[in-house]
Every structure is written in structure tokens, then in C-alpha cells.
Design a protein. Structure first.
Length: 107
């Protein structure tokens, strides 16, 4: 005679989860989580072309724009440029302006 084990887990998961909201109202529970930095980096390396694109900026020259809706704190591109102090950045900006070169300083 065979026995079947059942779990109440499947019955529980079928029920919509709610949390108590403002003024005692019930609102649907949605789990929000942020991926680890290493997971974000792996996704970034494979999906960056869908995340961002270059286009003419209304501010100056070229700009980097979001190619789709991005969640807050999503890593969109890896910066691989040189890291310099503000004093060095200020000197280089003056030099680049004198040479009529593009200036791309991230502060």
C-alpha cells in the first residue's frame, strides 16, 4: 500500500502574500533584492549593449544614455579609466581646453 506525502508548502505558496500598509491596508508583498556586485558584474559584461548607448548630448558632445529602464543601483558599465585627484583633473581640464580636446572627467 503506497503512501503519498503532501506538504502544506504548495498550498501556502498559492496564497497571495500581503503586508500591512499605511492605515492598516493590506498590500501585496513583493520581495526586493539587489544582486551581489559579482553577479551584477557578470550580467554587465554580457548585457551592456542593451543597457546603454552613445548619442549626441544636449549638454555637450556625446553622452551615455540608458537603453532600457534600469532599476536603482544597477551597475550599467565598468569604468576602466585612470583615477586621478581633483587637483590633477583641474590641471588637465585647462590643458585639454587649450588644445581644444574633448574633456571627459567623472567626479
Amino acid at each position: 500500500h503506497a503512501q503519498t506525502l503532501t506538504s502544506s508548502h504548495s498550498a501556502r505558496s498559492a496564497l497571495p502574500r500581503t503586508v500591512l500598509g499605511v492605515e492598516g491596508t493590506q498590500i501585496p508583498y513583493v520581495k526586493h533584492f539587489v544582486l551581489s556586485k559579482s553577479t551584477q558584474y557578470r550580467k554587465l559584461k554580457t548585457e551592456w549593449r542593451q543597457n546603454v548607448f552613445l548619442a549626441k548630448s544636449r549638454i555637450q558632445g556625446l553622452g551615455l544614455f540608458a537603453g532600457r529602464d534600469l532599476e536603482k543601483h544597477t551597475m550599467v558599465i565598468e569604468y576602466i579609466g585612470e583615477l586621478i585627484r581633483n587637483e590633477v583633473a583641474n590641471k588637465r581640464e585647462k590643458l585639454y581646453e587649450q588644445q581644444n580636446r574633448g574633456i571627459y572627467m567623472f567626479r
